[in-house]
Write a protein of this length. Structure first.
Length: 115
């Protein structure tokens, strides 16, 4: 089992910034991916950003240039710095872990961007 503890999120005005963090613990596979998905009301869950243990990153086109993901490998903690936020970034953001052919989700944290 892998536990994911999320923090960050909240309410911010358009153009503002927020930082999300996700700490993974438990049976962590040595090679893994951790990152974030989001789900807005009435929409499907979509990838935001992922980062591997080797620091390879993958971003959604909608956040490239605005969001930055990085990680502290010894702590298996991942950070998502979100800048220049837009109202369309409003969603529940879910931490995601994949390793050893298993995947886990965090409980989600709300990000609301007001116009």
């Amino acid at each position: 089992q892998v536990q994911l503890v999320e923090s960050g999120g909240g309410l911010v005005q358009a153009g503002g910034s927020l930082r999300l963090s996700c700490a993974a613990s438990g049976s962590i596979f040595s090679i893994n991916y951790i990152g974030w998905y989001r789900q807005a009301p009435g929409k499907e869950r979509e990838l935001v950003a992922l980062i591997s243990t080797g620091d390879s990153t993958n971003y959604s086109d909608s956040v490239k240039g605005r969001f930055t993901i990085n990680r502290e490998n010894p702590k298996n903690t991942v950070y998502l710095q979100m800048n220049s936020l837009k109202p369309e970034d409003t969603a529940v953001y879910y931490c995601y872990y994949r390793g050893g052919a298993r995947s886990y989700w965090g409980q989600g944290t709300q990000v609301t961007v007001s116009s």
